[in-house]
Design a protein around this ligand. Structure first.
Ligand code: 13P
Ligand code: SF4
Length: 330
């Protein structure tokens, strides 16, 4: 007999002290089952405030890890420990090499303030915390960088070069990417060369295509897009900021949105377009299925939890400091 996953998930939710968390990029059927939804920053804040013993996190690895780091007493399970491709581009060794690159170019280690995008492993966040640095998300990067600059230090921004360059541009700051040949001493923000392959799908050609087709259309994109795309767009913002922007438009106003497909698809029933001819699905976000969610909840009921997130004590301590420094900035 086949299992009705949805009905079983509803039953297990009622029985267990569990909170189901889902990022906006999750498949619709998984997203609908969640108690807490949001973008990266909202999820970090809401999970910190949440009181249930178990968290089942539908998202990518660094998100589940962040909950474990913020609330180490909680048991965090992930139906799929899927790794964000961008987060995978940097580890502790590449982080150390980036610091060394700056030192080799005449910037003393004590004059470097590292900021890591939340899309990074806890081990990278811990290294950032140990160096006095902090975490940011796409929602609060402007404020975090603004705060960071008050230290008078050079900012090492990892791992997303686009986010670093886009915020540098919007703040009138000079930036470079490690390896682009620019002198880091001449720059305020030195970016690691990571990127999101999903958000790289959007191009200025896509924007021009839509503007030719619908001259009054607005273009809204995530700041993980290439700087040329962000600068050509009418609006750039994090996942929640994009939702707010689109919801605030007149219902007849056309808008093309440059971010993950699942989110754009459920944003608004009419006049909302995906800014790409290629379906921009995040492969790892899409790994989690209703069946995976059911099996994870069932494992709690059976006292044999699967896919529990474990982070060592040293990493928790320093990654927590880096995350808390971010959460303290309102
Ligand atoms: P948000 O911070 O906007 O949720 O973005 C997370 C992410 O992975 C975007 O690709
Ligand atoms: Fe990572 Fe990009 Fe997927 Fe976001 S969309 S989770 S940055 S791979």
């Amino acid at each position: 007999m086949s299992i009705d996953f949805k009905a079983e998930i509803v039953r297990l939710k009622q029985k267990l002290s569990v909170t189901i968390v889902a990022h906006y990029y999750q498949r619709d059927e998984v997203f609908e089952m969640a108690d807490i939804t949001g973008d990266s920053l909202e999820l970090a804040r809401k999970c910190k405030a949440n009181e249930s013993e178990w968290v089942v996190f539908c998202g990518v690895g660094f998100m589940g890890q962040s909950v474990k780091v913020i609330a180490p007493h909680k048991k965090v399970l992930m139906p799929r420990i899927a790794c964000c491709a961008m987060a995978k581009m940097i580890d502790g060794r590449f982080f150390d090499e980036s610091v060394q690159f700056m030192v080799d170019n005449g910037i003393a280690k004590e004059d470097i303030l590292p900021i890591t995008y939340i899309n990074s492993d806890a081990s990278v966040k811990a290294k950032v915390g140990e160096m006095g640095g902090l975490v940011c998300t796409s929602s609060n990067a402007y404020k975090i960088i603004e705060e960071g600059l008050k230290s008078g230090k050079k900012i090492l921004f990892v791992p997303d070069r686009c986010l670093g360059q886009n915020f540098a541009h919007s703040m009138g700051l000079e930036s470079c990417v490690i390896g682009d040949g620019k002198d880091p001493k001449e720059c305020d923000i030195i970016c690691y060369d990571g990127f999101c392959s999903v958000h790289q799908l959007f191009s200025v050609d896509d924007i021009e295509f839509y503007r030719q087709k619908y001259p009054d259309i607005l273009i809204a994109v995530h700041p993980e897009c290439d700087p040329a795309v962000v600068q050509a767009a009418d609006f750039s913002g994090s996942t929640s900021q994009l939702i707010q922007y689109v919801n605030g438009l007149d219902e007849n106003q056309k808008v093309a949105v440059g971010t993950e497909y699942n989110l754009v698809n459920r944003m608004r029933p009419k006049n909302t377009y995906v800014l790409s001819s290629t379906k921009p699905e995040c492969p790892t976000m899409n790994e989690t299925t209703l069946e995976d969610l059911y099996k994870t909840l069932k494992s709690i009921e059976d006292n044999a939890p699967i896919n529990e997130i474990v982070v060592d004590e040293h990493t928790v301590k320093w990654a927590n400091i880096a995350l808390e420094r971010m959460l303290a900035i309102k």
